[in-house]
Write a protein that binds this ligand. Structure first.
Ligand code: PGA
Length: 255
């Protein structure tokens, strides 16, 4: 049984002090049971949140990116062991903003996925099409290519440890969330690709999330479908009540 997962992607929002306020507010009220929660703050807030989220708080610490190399001359980047030092357990990789604004290729994303697995971190691998690709009927092709390239050469057991987030680019930060039918179609397609590359049954083991303008008001539409295992949430994860509410309503919709 796949446990629902709700991951907060704060992007370039919140100082460490603001992150401290958020987590204290989040932990002040009971968290929904029956799901995993992850907060992915900017790097500078990781040391503060590592202290607050230490132990059995029910909220895991994540990062939004990392360089795949162990160390080296990579000005401005952060290595896996630097995240590991603070108990980071999840890392968002291949987010469309990284791919588009920082020219990250599938080959580079694939290296990061390997590095995360080596360091026992769970990659949250983001895939998804842009509006032009959707309009010309290229969604399945785009997502399939990303899955094949980003997971190239991994063993079935490694793929089984990954989380995949389907994030249609046109739905990110736009307030125009994908329909539940579109999300279900692509989540199922992702599972089929995983079966193809890693063997039958692997697709059913992996948690597949939807992301793109998720809010408390629309999470149930997705979570009522068994193939959607949770959400990667940007804007609506910046307020503790809204993040908690999304998780609570998501779990309730799963029934
Ligand atoms: P959004 O962002 O929820 O603000 O659309 C989602 C994401 O980029 O992960």
């Amino acid at each position: 049984m796949r446990k629902p997962l709700f991951a907060a992607n704060w992007k370039m929002y919140k100082t460490s002090q603001e992150a401290d306020v958020f987590v204290n507010a989040l932990l002040a009220n009971p968290l929904p049971a029956g799901c995993d929660l992850v907060v992915c703050p900017p790097f500078t807030a990781i040391p503060t949140l590592a202290k607050l989220l230490h132990g059995e708080t029910g909220v895991a610490l994540g990062a939004q990116n990392m360089n795949p190399e162990e160390e080296g001359a990579y000005t401005g980047d952060i290595a896996p062991r630097m995240l590991d030092e603070f108990g980071v357990k999840f890392v968002i990789l291949g987010h469309s903003e990284r791919r588009a604004l920082f020219c990250e290729t599938d080959e580079f994303v694939a290296k990061k996925v390997r590095a995360a697995l080596k360091w026992n971190m769970t990659p949250i691998l983001c895939v998804g099409e842009n509006l032009d690709e959707r309009e010309i009927g290229m969604t399945a092709e785009k997502v399939s290519v990303q899955i094949r390239r980003d997971l190239k050469g991994l063993a079935a057991a490694e793929i089984g440890r990954i989380v995949i987030a389907y994030e249609p680019i046109w739905a990110i930060g736009t307030g125009k969330n994908a329909s539940d039918r579109d999300a279900v179609e692509v989540c199922d397609l992702i599972r089929a690709r995983l079966d193809e590359i890693a063997g039958a049954g692997v697709g059913a083991k992996v948690r597949v999330l939807y992301g793109g303008s998720v809010k408390p008001e629309n999470i149930a539409d997705y979570m009522k479908h068994a193939t959607v295992d949770g959400a990667l949430i940007g804007g609506a994860s910046l307020k503790p009540d809204s993040f908690r509410d999304i998780a609570a309503r998501g779990v309730a919709a799963r029934g």
